[in-house]
Design a protein around this ligand. Structure first.
Ligand code: FEO
Length: 398
């Protein structure tokens, strides 16, 4: 049971998930995750905003039973249809058979598709800017498509100055007792926000930017996202982080990603790191793609200005873990990076050329490449130093 008051008209009724190991079957959850649901209380009606993932509905339903004193839940607003938030819709209908489900045209199509709820009398279809009165509280709907699915929207309650933002401003990490940012240590949630954004929403920066612009004139005291803390004291900081990420505006630092079978390609990665450090760069993250989870590598690559990628040639292709990383960069249309490539080969320098080509296709600035043959020698070391020097001179962030 997790019923908590955020403000006089808003209750939290979300749940923690500390048992799922991979979010979306892909992304590790070392600190768990919360699925956030909220109740807005009016003097003539009550509305629930989103539900929770079906595997964690027990706590959710217990919270809703605790609301018996509040009265009936009249509306269920669905800001986002991904099943971590929509999964308990059928249970809500069982519990409150007359509840009206409020969503846009795409939401309702998805509810029919996911949950086979076809009776039109269950639905209230709304459009951008529409409002729903709960008496002394109002819900105003703001369409924000592709943050993170096409049906995604936000809901604003002007009387409480609260924005229910869907996945926007969300982060990994279960809620460990606290709910509102002011009442907890937020370091882990903010760090995990980079990983959440880059892994889940990263492809949709233009849409996130539009959504932030569209809601920027609203007076906001609370941002209630679908995952993580309710933002109150740190709203400006959080909005600034997401704004920067959405605009692909990098932070100072360099990510070096490599794969290596016998340590020779790793030698090149280490020499790049050493040279960049010698040239004054202090924030350098080196990732071995063979042993590290892609999720953390994507996060750093997204966050920092410099990106250097290297791999051996393997069966005339790029060593597979590094190719997977390059594919993730292409999928997310990563931008605004200063890049360089390196490779190692026994007899055919395919990997170096393929990595350089992949980085250039992203439209990123390219400092050069180093194609090592078999193992480090004086010639390769000299080439690494030359490329590192050019790379460092191209970085614009101190
Ligand atoms: Fe947390 Fe896109 O769902």
């Amino acid at each position: 049971m997790n019923l908590r008051q955020i403000s006089p008209g808003i209750l939290y009724c979300g749940v923690n998930d500390r048992s799922t190991t991979l979010f979306e079957g892909l992304w590790p959850l070392p600190y768990g995750v919360s699925y956030n649901s909220y109740l807005v209380k009016g003097n003539s009606a009550n509305a629930l905003i989103d539900t929770v993932e079906i595997g964690h509905s027990r706590d959710f339903l217990n919270s809703l039973r605790d609301m018996a004193g509040i009265g009936h839940i009249d509306y269920l607003v669905i800001n986002h249809m991904e099943p971590d938030h929509s999964g308990s819709i059928p249970l809500l209908l069982d519990m409150f058979p007359t509840i009206k489900i409020v969503g846009n045209m795409k939401t309702i199509q998805m509810i029919r598709g996911f949950y086979h709820i076809n009776d039109d009398s269950h639905f209230i279809e709304i459009k951008d800017g529409d409002t729903l009165s709960l008496g002394d509280r109002t819900l105003q709907f703001v369409m924000t498509p592709m943050v993170h699915w096409p049906e995604t929207m936000m809901t604003y309650c002007p009387e409480e100055k609260t924005l229910f933002s869907g996945d926007a401003f969300g982060t990994f990490g279960a809620l460990n007792g606290g709910l509102i940012d002011d009442e907890m240590e937020c370091g882990m949630y903010i760090e995990e926000m980079y990983r959440y954004y880059s892994n889940i929403v990263g492809k949709y920066g233009l849409f996130v930017t539009k959504a932030i612009a569209k809601t920027s004139s609203l007076p906001i005291s609370y941002i209630c996202s679908t995952h993580g803390p309710v933002w109150h004291g740190r709203i400006q900081e959080i909005v600034d982080i997401v704004k920067r990420l959405a605009a692909w505006e990098p932070e100072p630092g360099v990510t070096i990603v490599y794969g290596s079978m016998y340590g020779n390609t790793a030698d090149v990665a280490d020499l790049f790191a050493t040279e960049l450090n010698r040239l004054g760069i202090r924030n350098i993250k080196v990732h071995n793609a063979t042993v590290e989870n892609l999720s953390h590598i994507i996060s750093d690559a997204f966050r920092y200005e410099g990106l250097i990628v290297g791999a051996p040639t393997y069966s005339n292709e790029v060593f597979p873990p590094v190719q997977t990383f390059l594919n993730a960069m292409r999928t997310r249309e990563i931008k605004n990076k200063v890049t360089a490539a390196f490779g190692n080969h026994g007899w055919a320098p395919l990997a170096t050329k393929a990595i350089a080509s992949a980085l250039e296709q992203l439209g990123c600035a390219f400092a050069g490449s180093v194609a090592m043959r078999q193992s480090m020698d004086a010639q390769t070391a000299s080439e690494v130093k030359d490329v590192a020097k050019r790379f460092a001179s191209m970085l614009t962030k101190a």
